[in-house]
Design a protein around this ligand. Structure first.
Ligand SMILES: [Zn+2]
Length: 115
């Protein structure tokens, strides 16, 4: 389950940030997750709560903002939403495109801290 290793490295990153800022108490971690990132959101949420146990982040929430898949169609010269994540092509002219604009994100966006 690679969501667990993702959760662990994310928690490491957040804890480092907290230490750098003088020991913040994190209440929630907001992240952006693209539908094409290859990460299952529910599995990640579960892994997060599991990986938080015994760390300063225990009890904090993970808030996932889903980023839709968007590609650039070279034929239409427009941004398009592919029919599915398994079919990366333009929904209008069906031209396959390797040009993925959004949907691969997997990043911590912000931290909610206790005041
Ligand atoms: Zn097109």
């Amino acid at each position: 389950m690679h969501e667990l290793s993702i959760a662990i490295s994310m928690i490491d990153q957040v804890m480092e940030e907290c230490v750098n800022r003088g020991g913040l108490a994190v209440e929630a971690v907001h992240m952006r997750l693209g539908v094409f990132a290859g990460v299952d959101k529910d599995a990640l949420l579960f892994s997060y709560s599991l990986a938080c146990e015994g760390t300063p982040l225990q009890g904090s929430r993970l808030v996932v903002e889903t980023v839709p898949l968007l590609v650039y169609c070279p034929a239409c010269k427009q941004e398009r939403t592919p029919p599915s994540v398994y079919q990366i092509c333009c929904p209008v002219c069906l031209t396959p495109t390797p040009d993925i604009l959004t949907g691969r994100e997997m990043e911590v966006e912000s931290l909610e801290v206790a005041v």
